[in-house]
Write a protein that binds this ligand. Structure first.
Ligand code: SAM
Length: 242
């Protein structure tokens, strides 16, 4: 997968050299390039922002550097990337969207700062490529960089060959609309708290049932919205009895 990121703070992306994302880059599973938006400015101050039309506080990112950046990174003579614009006004990023993005050959991220990017940049880009404004959640960050780090991490771990044991993708929270059951490791007893007996029983049928029920209980307690959205056919009779 090819990924281009445009930001006025390319230094933000240093962690993408680390850990499993760094290895995916080294193995060429992920071809990532980070670009400084200011390299597409032409004035001595390398200006990227200006005051908002209609008044109000803050500054807005000007369209010209963004237009030049998108022209350079998504030239008309090659298949267009999918443009992702982090924004608190975007659609909510989910594991389902992570799977959708992991199937794309080329992603292009545009990191806003200040009050965000002049909307005409998105309108113009949408005439040439798919554009999605994407939100991490219902809160406001300083800029899109942290959102891109989050999205890229969620997407990269879904790429073939990135996780040592791809089976973990099938058993984790959000894989099937539920949260994962609590997990434990050694020692069996710690500060008066014991690992549930069933997990030490060696009975794989009982363990699977316990994990399913604990996942349901945890989802009901912490994320009743997920349980309410679960299609009824995903629940079996034993789930309902539990
Ligand atoms: N004026 C914008 C609004 O009210 O919708 C908020 C701008 S915010 C201060 C600056 C930038 O941070 C945004 O352009 C976006 O790139 C990023 N950002 C802030 N909150 C975000 C969120 N919840 N999800 C994704 N990106 C976010």
């Amino acid at each position: 997968m090819r990924v281009d990121v445009v930001s006025i703070f390319p230094e933000y992306f240093a962690p993408l050299d680390l850990s499993l994302i760094g290895r995916a880059r080294a193995n060429d599973v992920l071809q990532l390039a980070v670009h400084d938006l200011r390299s597409w400015t032409h004035d001595v101050h390398r200006t990227v922002d200006d005051t908002p039309y209609g008044g109000g506080p803050g500054m807005v990112m000007r369209p010209e550097p963004w237009g030049a950046a998108l022209d350079a990174l998504a030239p008309a003579d090659v298949p267009p990337p999918r443009l992702l614009v982090p924004s608190p006004a975007g659609v909510r990023f989910t594991q389902a969207m992570a799977h959708e993005l992991a199937a794309e050959p080329h992603l292009l991220f545009a990191c806003g700062r200040y009050e965000g990017i002049d909307q005409r940049v998105l309108a113009h880009a949408a005439t040439r490529m798919p554009v999605t404004e994407v939100s991490l959640g219902d809160y406001v960050l300083f800029g899109g960089e942290v959102a891109v780090l989050v999205i890229l991490e969620a997407v990269t771990r879904l790429l073939p060959g990135v996780l040592g044991n791809a089976g973990s993708l099938d058993e984790e929270s959000h894989a099937h609309g539920l949260l994962e059951a609590p997990i434990y490791t050694k020692p069996p007893s710690w500060r008066g708290h014991d690992v549930p007996e069933v997990l030490r029983s060696g009975d794989h049928g009982r363990i699977a049932r316990w994990r399913r029920e604990e996942g349901l209980v945890r989802t009901a307690a912490q994320r009743p919205d997920l349980l309410a959205a679960l299609p009824p056919e995903r629940l079996d009779k034993r789930d309902i009895a539990a």
